[in-house]
Design a protein around this ligand. Sequence first.
Ligand code: M7G
Length: 183
Amino acid sequence: IKHPLQHTWTLWYYEPDKTKSWENSQKIITSFDTAEDFWSLYNHIKLASELRQGCDYSLFKRGIRPMWEDAANKRGGRWLMQLDKRQRACDLDHFWLEILLCMIGEAFNEYSDDICGAVVNVRTKGDKLGVWTADCTKANSILEIGRKLKERLRISAKTSIGYQFHNDTISKVGSITKNTYQI
Ligand code: M7G
């Protein structure tokens, strides 16, 4: 028998398409609920670094759409890791895999329930990784999740990462969203 995961996860793919809205450009690839099915999917698809510029992968718990508007996300936010252009070659793929393994392996312990999913944005200006959590009022949970991420991705203590409320991202003026938490 296969090794069951705690949750069923859905992989989404976004590709920019001027003829469609952003929401309608998000496509479900597949869902899985065992470790073996995760690896067969992972080994079958392109690495994030091989996607075209402008594309995203998102992995969310089943039933949660990778959008601010989803009921599970709308009161939440994300830990954002903004990579340097050079990090596409050395960090992007292994950071993304590590985030996937943290999520499906429930590495956030008692805070794993607060995890909604994660997104990788492949962008010319610098790739981004976001780990989305459900409730931006749960400071303790958010901070523990952020610390665990930094530890698992081996992000040095000198490099800080920020947590942004989706509501601030939605209403931002300009390209910068304020960090509500930073570690
Ligand atoms: P992005 O892809 O997160 O980052 O957002 P980027 O600016 O580096 O490409 C780009 C645009 O996609 C946003 O300005 C929105 O128009 C749209 N968009 C992104 N997200 C995450 C959402 C979402 O959750 N809901 C909706 N409606 N639009 C979104």
